[in-house]
Design a protein around this ligand. Structure first.
Ligand SMILES: C[S@@+](CC[C@H](N)C(=O)[O-])C[C@H]1O[C@@H](n2cnc3c(N)ncnc32)[C@H](O)[C@@H]1O
Length: 436
């Protein structure tokens, strides 16, 4: 397969900050201590009803419909606050596109599938996947594909529409509807926008979440001599217009999320992530398909990972809320637990291993061979280094997949003459990509 090299000017992004690597020291400069509309809103809320959980704080700051950071900002890229893999190199999205095609083939080439992306940012990743689908049109020619984007941000959904849709076909908008926007891709594929995964039609689907789970709200807990105590956010009585962390004086209901055998002294739990994983698992078990989740995270080992980013720098999470991104590492151990027995899970495996298995070296060579523009060649090489270098994004970012049990243990494949049981082919990325 040869996908044309396209102009990558928008991806000249290096050096920018990638959020996975950086941890809050708790001592970020608070130079930007201005009274933002969000700070005013939160202080009013706390004065009315008391201190709020870190989860409530994150949810308000990031996705409050009127003032939330994600709702009105384009925070990605050089001029924004951070950079993500799809914005760094087109190869990233192309390989993910190949992953979905490979899974679609392995599961028996269904007549139709939905591609559902959670938190699509600028739409760059889905755009790269759609280009691969077009290039492999002969493979997918009888398959009825539709795109479904789950996005809370008004601003980003507009950018996604610009990236992905055919401008000559007007968008249909209905703010009151569960499907708040509809359009058609440049290659003629229908695209629909939703605010919640629950609103996406059930049906054979491939789900994708890249740097989505890390923005979901976390509850934080500290072990004390009196037992676990939840961390809350309160108004600092010593300094005007300043927030501070406090510990709840007694146990709170969210404590139920902590495992009985927990050995860490500080934990972050993300019930919203659990709900989404359960929804994905139920859907995949019922109708088939797969979910691919890529994010920075750990396997239930890390403690305090809550941090903020603004203008490619670490930012104090309690300062000037609404002007900076907030994030916490994804606990893949928790995600696996939430998938329960409904589906099989694979990973997490490091990004460098996943991309290597997907053939990133071959793809880079093809693109380099096709390009005689020195700046584009340099950009391709720098992008590769950023994605693969263990000291950059190669080790900190992980891939995790949910698949129907029969995909891993056989059952949905045609049997060959020698076999009495159907065999399951390896899952690309988690094993080396092979085409049957
Ligand atoms: C960190 S950005 C990642 C964007 C993109 N996936 C990428 O890798 O470039 C998080 C994305 O999730 C969206 N988002 C945040 N919270 C959300 C929620 N609760 N439901 C749906 N989308 C959400 C944001 O608006 C944004 O598109």
């Amino acid at each position: 397969m040869r996908v044309p090299v396209r102009r990558c000017a928008a991806r000249v992004v290096i050096p920018c900050i990638w959020r996975g690597k950086h941890f809050s020291s708790g001592n970020e400069p608070a130079e930007n201590n201005r009274v933002t509309p969000m700070l005013r809103h939160l202080m009013y809320k706390i004065k009315s009803t008391g201190p709020i959980t870190v989860a409530e704080y994150m949810k308000e700051v990031l996705t409050n419909p009127a003032k939330g950071y994600y709702v009105h900002h384009d925070m990605l890229g050089e001029k924004g606050d951070f950079i993500t893999s799809p914005e760094i190199s087109q190869i990233f999205g192309e390989l993910i596109g190949i992953w979905f095609i490979s899974e679609w083939i392995a599961a028996g080439k269904s007549a139709a599938f939905q591609l559902v992306e959670l938190g699509p940012g600028r739409g760059t990743l889905t755009g790269d996947i759609l280009r691969v689908f077009s290039q492999l049109g002969s493979v997918l020619k009888n398959c009825d594909i539709s795109i479904h984007l789950v996005e809370v941000s008004q601003k980003l959904s507009e950018i996604q529409a610009l990236t992905l849709t055919e401008q000559k076909i007007p968008l249909e908008r209905n703010a009151e509807s569960l499907v708040y926007m509809k359009g058609v891709s440049k290659s003629g594929i229908p695209i629909s926008w939703y605010r919640n995964l629950q609103d996406v039609p059930k049906g054979y689907s491939f789900y994708l979440a890249h740097e989505f789970f890390d923005v979901l709200p976390v509850h934080k807990f500290q072990k004390t001599p009196q037992g676990w105590r939840e961390v809350f956010i309160d108004i600092d009585p010593q300094v005007s217009d300043k927030l501070r962390f406090v510990l709840a004086p007694c146990a709170t209901p969210a404590e139920a999320f902590i495992q009985h055998d927990e050995t860490r002294d500080h934990v972050e739990v993300c019930p919203d992530a659990g709900v989404i994983i359960q929804e994905l698992s139920q859907r995949i078990a019922l109708t088939g398909g797969a979910a691919l989740i890529a994010d920075y995270g750990h396997d239930g080992t890390k403690t305090d990972t809550f941090r903020g980013f603004c203008g490619h720098r670490l930012h104090d999470v309690l300062t000037a809320p609404g002007t900076a991104d907030l994030t916490a590492d994804v606990d893949f151990h928790y995600l696996r637990r939430m998938a329960e027995e409904k589906v099989a899970s694979l990973g997490p495996i490091e990004q460098q291993t996943f991309l290597k298995n997907m053939g990133i070296d071959v793809r880079l060579k093809v693109l380099l061979d096709k390009s005689d523009d020195p700046s584009m060649r340099l950009q391709l090489l720098q992008g590769y280094d950023m994605l693969m270098n263990p000291k950059k994004m190669g080790e900190r970012f992980n891939f995790f997949a949910l698949l129907p049990h029969q995909r891993l243990h056989g059952g949905s494949h045609q049997m060959n003459a020698q076999q009495s049981r159907p065999s399951a082919s390896p899952v690309a990325g988690f094993d080396e990509l092979t085409w049957r």
